[in-house]
Ligand binder design. Structure first.
Ligand SMILES: Cc1cc2nc3c(=O)[nH]c(=O)nc-3n(C[C@H](O)[C@H](O)[C@H](O)COP(=O)(O)O)c2cc1C
Length: 204
C-alpha cells in the first residue's frame, strides 16, 4: 500500500500518522486555570527536542467548538505547568482526564486524584506519579491549519520516584524503565505496555 497524503483529508492523515508513528510517550499535563483549579490532560504529540537547555514540545489542537484547549490557554497565561509520564497503573485515570470539561472545571477533582507538593515547583504533582517535571513555557508557535500550538516547554526540576532509581553517582544515574512502567500510545483507543528491553552498544 502506498498512500499519497495530498489526496487524504486531515482526519485520515491523523489516523494514519497515529497508527504508524508509535508507540508514543504521553505527557500528562497539570496546569492552573485563572480560578486556581488544576487542569489535567494527556498529549501524545510529545517529544524531547534539546538537552541544553532541556526542551521538549507538545502539540495541542483546538476543542471541537474551535476554542483553545484549557491546557493551551493555561500554559500561555500562567507559563508554568507540571508534566507527568503516566504509569500503566494510571492508564484509566489518564484516559478519563481527556474528557472535554468546561474551562475551570478540574479533572483532578472530578477524578479524585491526590496531589502532593513538588519541591522546586509552584504547582503540585500527582501524588502517585513516578516521574513529574516542573516546566515553563519557552516558546509557542502556531503550526498547520488547525491551527495546532507547538508548545515548547523547558524543564526545571524532575521528580523521579526513588524505587525506580537503580544507581546514582556523580557520573551517572540509572533508572529502571520497567519500574517507570510507562504507557505507550498507539492509534485510536489503543495503548501498549513496555515489552522486552535490550541493551546494545553503539558502533564506533
Ligand atoms: C492518550 C491521549 C493523547 C492525546 N494527545 C493529544 C495531543 O497530542 N494533542 C491534542 O491536542 N490532544 C490530545 N489528546 C486529546 C486531549 O487530551 C483532550 O482534547 C483534552 O480534553 C484536552 O484537555 P484540556 O482542554 O483540559 O487541555 C489526547 C488524548 C489522549 C487520551
Amino acid at each position: 500500500m502506498n498512500i499519497d497524503f495530498a489526496e487524504q483529508d486531515p482526519a485520515r492523515i491523523y489516523s494514519i500518522m497515529a497508527q504508524t508513528i508509535m508507540p508514543r510517550p504521553i505527557a500528562w499535563v497539570l496546569s492552573e486555570h485563572e480560578n486556581g483549579s488544576y487542569n489535567l490532560a494527556p498529549f501524545s504529540y510529545f517529544a524531547p527536542i534539546c538537552s541544553d537547555p532541556p526542551l521538549f514540545m507538545i502539540s495541542i489542537s483546538k476543542k471541537p467548538d474551535g476554542s483553545l484547549k484549557d491546557t493551551r490557554a493555561n500554559i500561555i497565561e500562567r507559563k508554568d505547568f507540571v508534566l507527568h509520564l503516566p504509569t500503566w497503573g494510571q492508564l484509566e485515570a489518564m484516559n478519563a482526564s481527556a474528557a472535554t470539561l468546561a474551562a475551570g472545571v478540574s479533572e483532578v477533582e472530578e477524578l479524585g486524584l491526590e496531589l502532593e507538593e513538588f519541591a522546586g515547583s509552584r504547582l503540585p504533582r500527582l501524588a502517585d506519579s513516578r516521574v513529574a517535571m516542573a516546566c515553563t513555557l519557552h516558546e509557542v508557535q502556531e503550526i498547520g491549519n488547525g491551527p495546532y500550538a507547538m508548545i515548547i516547554g523547558r524543564l526545571h526540576h524532575i521528580y523521579i520516584d526513588d524505587i525506580a532509581v537503580l544507581e546514582q553517582s556523580e557520573e551517572k544515574i540509572r533508572i529502571s524503565p520497567k519500574i517507570l512502567d510507562p504507557v505507550g500510545r498507539l492509534g485510536g483507543p489503543r495503548y501498549t505496555k513496555l515489552g522486552k528491553v535490550v541493551a546494545l552498544a553503539r558502533p564506533e
